[in-house]
Ligand binder design. Sequence first.
Ligand SMILES: Nc1ncnc2c1ncn2[C@@H]1O[C@H](COP(=O)(O)OP(=O)(O)OP(=O)(O)O)[C@@H](O)[C@H]1O
Length: 328
Amino acid sequence: MNPILETRNLSKSFGLKQSTVRRAARSLGLSNQPEKKVYAVNDLSLTINKGEVLGLVGESGCGKSTAGRMIAGLLPPTSGEIAFEGKPVDSSQPSRHLETQMVFQNPYASLNPRLRVDQLISEAALYHKLVEKRDVPSFVAALLKQVGLDASYASRYPHQFSGGQRQRIAIARALSLNPKFVVCDEAVSALDVSVQAQVLNLFMDLRESKELTYLFISHNLAVVEYIADRVAIMYLGRVVELADTQAIFTSPNHPYTQALIADAPRLQVKMVEHRPVQGELPSPLNPPSGCTFHPRCPRAMPRCASERPMLRKVAEGHFSACHLNDLS
Ligand SMILES: Nc1ncnc2c1ncn2[C@@H]1O[C@H](COP(=O)(O)OP(=O)(O)OP(=O)(O)O)[C@@H](O)[C@H]1O
């Protein structure tokens, strides 16, 4: 085991916008109502090893993107720490290191339509003085080649490409800073299924050739099953299960993981039968007491409503936060 990135008790809460009258009343001491907060990520402690792909899975709104943005340095945490290659990173500087880059879901939105491909790919590297102006054409050509695109595309604009090609351009731009760690946030979710497979294969090839490590965020279990070595399952801002990919899919421990797997009909490996997850994700503004999954859990016990289960070891390399494990 060779950790490249570690988070310790990483948390993020967002204050909700209040009406002007309420804000004024509070600042004048006329209201003692506490400010409403969304606890998007709570106490996230993860270790990601060099060269591995850690999948981060959960329903929409469970805090995956917030976690990814903190880890990529795009969002300062409310509390907690991040260490990169054993050294604490200063989270007060959002652009603190070039070693971590992020690839987003929507290549339409993440590429400036007014810039040519060569400008898109080289602007950050020029800014950080990783390339000289005169070397830009060969720099861009090499990056385009690495992502499977022709060097002649350098003078075109984003609208001249398909979704898959645009995502390749976004990947080339991320690679331009020579990162060691890439956070992929739903990076293939907007693409057609056949194109998804090609881009996933590109990620895997780049992992080998560039010795990359990925945090791969996705709500799509089939994608995560294909690409990840280990999987962390998030529910309402917390990791509820963490294990090797095979263990997650063949012997999921947490009732939430079991329900997610039951919800994913396209999976090839499906050795367990469970009921799909019932009901809606509760609001993170007002999370349920105890185990936050208990209102939707088919196996909830009285204890689950009052006591939050800790993430603990259930097998070698397999961790789960569920009181049912105390029964066995
Ligand atoms: N800037 C913000 N201000 C207020 N609340 C926010 C902000 N960003 C995220 N949230 C809230 O934090 C919670 C977690 O959001 P996040 O986007 O991290 O979840 P997610 O699992 O990535 O979902 P999705 O896949 O839909 O993006 C949600 O309730 C969301 O509404």
